[in-house]
Design a protein around this ligand. Structure first.
Ligand code: 2F8
Ligand code: CA
Length: 261
């Protein structure tokens, strides 16, 4: 049934039937034995042709979607486009990797800058606080010397009242830490309370520290606790480097306040 001879006959018959309209038996009388099966064969071939047409249509649709024609030059153009697209994709991938690395680096920088910013904000607040102190004590008319503002009183009071005056202004009676400060405070040129008091057998400063033998400027033979009632320190022989005396807290003296900045 599927021999070439048979196929030729079928095609010839088809041409005869569809092309000329003449009867098959007239043109090819010798294959009359196969006449009965021809309609089935024709129907089968028609279906095959219909299937092929459908596949062809499908391929055309796919081709049009892909934007490529299937002739050799179009295919070559498609390959070139594919290769170009691949190169661009590869370049994009490198850029993505490079941008990823840059992003990580930038994130590290941002984190570093955040820490720096926090540190700068802290410094700014410290400086702002110091500036506020400066403005405040300048406005009080206090004198600035080596990191502190000083107030030299113009009236007299006992040791505690003198101290209260200072603490009410955010300061305290002066703590004399070294020779510079000793010389600066002697310039008061008056007997004046300082922030020194007896605590049992020790002398202490109002900041809680104990009097150091390396920075003590007692006048000769002082402190002597004269009359057994001298428990506070004062600038006394102010013309001398060693000028302090112990005196009763209730005495009325000038005083010196200090505010560290
Ligand atoms: O001679 C030193 C002596 O002088 C005065 O007492 C007489 C002082 N008194 C007062 O300042 C109140 C003593 O402290 C001082 O030791
Ligand atoms: Ca004394």
């Amino acid at each position: 049934m599927t021999s070439p001879r048979w196929m030729i006959l079928v095609c010839f018959s088809l041409i005869s039937v569809f092309g000329t309209g003449e009867s098959l038996t007239i043109i090819v009388p010798e294959i009359s034995n196969e006449q009965n099966s021809l309609p089935a064969i024709i129907a089968q071939m028609s279906r095959a042709i219909a299937d092929l047409n459908a596949s062809h249509k499908k391929l055309l649709v796919q081709q049009s979607r892909s934007g490529c024609n299937c002739n050799p030059s179009s295919l070559q153009a498609c390959y070139s486009q594919r290769n170009l697209a691949n190169r661009r994709l590869s370049s994009c991938n490198s850029q993505v990797r490079s941008l990823g690395a840059q992003r990580s680096s930038l994130l590290r920088q941002v984190s570093g800058l955040r820490s720096q910013y926090a540190a700068v904000v802290k410094q700014r607040d410290v400086l702002q606080g110091q500036l506020n102190v400066f403005v405040r004590y300048q406005n009080y008319g206090w004198k600035y010397y080596r990191g502190s503002f000083y107030y030299f009183s113009t009236s007299k009071a006992n040791w505690q009242a003198s101290r209260n005056y200072c603490t009410a202004r955010g300061a305290d009676l002066v703590v004399i830490n070294d020779a510079f400060e000793n010389n600066f405070t002697r310039e008061v040129k008056r007997i004046a309370w300082i922030g020194l008091y007896r605590s049992g057998s020790n002398w202490r400063w109002v900041d809680g520290s104990y009097l150091s033998s390396r920075a003590s400027y007692w006048a000769p033979k002082e402190p002597n606790n004269s009359g057994n009632r001298e428990d506070r320190g004062e600038i006394w022989l102010y013309n001398n480097i060693e000028n302090w005396n112990d005196a009763p807290w209730a005495d009325a003296n000038y005083w010196i306040c200090e505010k560290k900045v």
